[in-house]
Design a protein around this ligand. Structure first.
Ligand code: ADP
Ligand code: ADP
Length: 228
């Protein structure tokens, strides 16, 4: 499903952010990506969604070599990969409904399908009653649920979460984990970069640790392994 072989990324200023990454993640897995600040986690995520191109090496998503994708094909890749961020990245002037519908409008989904699909994902994240709210009227946890709903509305095979609980209080963070687990149980592969040692050490999953742009540890049911 996700394969990286000997991937290197050197930024224009000469920083080698990834330094020979090898990774294989299978369909249906739930993986935490951990490591100290500056280790290369965000670079790793940006390469998977083709926000960046590798300097060297091979990246395959669902059997497609990202190196072979033209810029025109990138929207099709993005349909297979949903992404959520620490800071939600919602459109603050739009309603909850419009934020999610937008992800379907850009791929020219049929109008009658849009309503059904938006309400279906709002149901999954437990916020059907907030469809007409403006996003500014939501709590942090609710905003993250809407960001997750938007990320999964195209039924992507993979959901990538970059510090999804980073801005949330512990209780809300746990409830977001419940939602991510439910999405994973429906078959979506989840890759989550996190600094939340309590979650990683309690809700045991595969842990991939990155340091200096390389995988230094890869364990099923692993622990966080760094000072919190
Ligand atoms: P992490 O997400 O684990 O904190 P990053 O992938 O953000 O790590 O960063 C890895 C390394 O690449 C760091 O040394 C960082 O300073 C550097 N870096 C990140 N983005 C850029 C950029 N746009 N230009 C130059 N260097 C960068
Ligand atoms: P949901 O609301 O989807 O039922 P929860 O938010 O209750 O899910 O919890 C998600 C997962 O995190 C579950 O596996 C649950 O057992 C675990 N969990 C929830 N709260 C805590 C906590 N405070 N400490 C440890 N594990 C927790």
């Amino acid at each position: 499903m996700i394969t990286m072989k000997r991937v290197r990324k050197t930024y224009p200023n000469g920083v080698q952010a990834l330094n020979g990454m090898n990774i294989h993640i299978d369909k249906g897995e739930f993986v935490y990506v951990v490591g100290p600040s500056g280790a290369g986690k965000t670079t790793f995520i940006k390469l998977m969604i083709r926000e960046l191109k590798p300097s060297e090496g091979l990246i395959q998503i669902n059997g497609n070599n990202l190196g072979d994708l033209s810029d025109k094909q990138i929207p099709y890749l993005r349909r297979k990969i949903g992404v959520v961020f620490q800071d939600f990245k919602l459109f603050t002037k739009l309603s909850v409904y419009e934020n999610i519908a937008f992800a379907l409008e850009v791929i020219e989904e049929e109008p009658e399908q849009i309503k059904t699909k938006v309400m279906d994902v709002l149901d999954i994240v437990g916020l059907k009653s907030k469809a007409r709210f403006n996003t500014s009227e939501l709590s942090g946890g609710e905003k993250q649920r809407i960001a997750i709903a938007r990320a999964i509305v195209n039924q992507p095979a993979i959901l990538i979460a970059d510090e999804p609980t980073g801005n949330l209080d512990p209780e809300t963070a746990w409830s977001i984990m419940g939602t991510l687990e439910e999405i994973n149980n429906r078959g979506t592969t989840i890759v989550m970069a996190t600094h939340n040692s309590h979650i990683v050490n309690t809700l045991k999953k595969r842990v991939i640790a990155i340091e200096n742009g390389k995988v230094v540890r890869d364990e099923l049911g692993g622990s966080y392994g760094y000072q919190a």
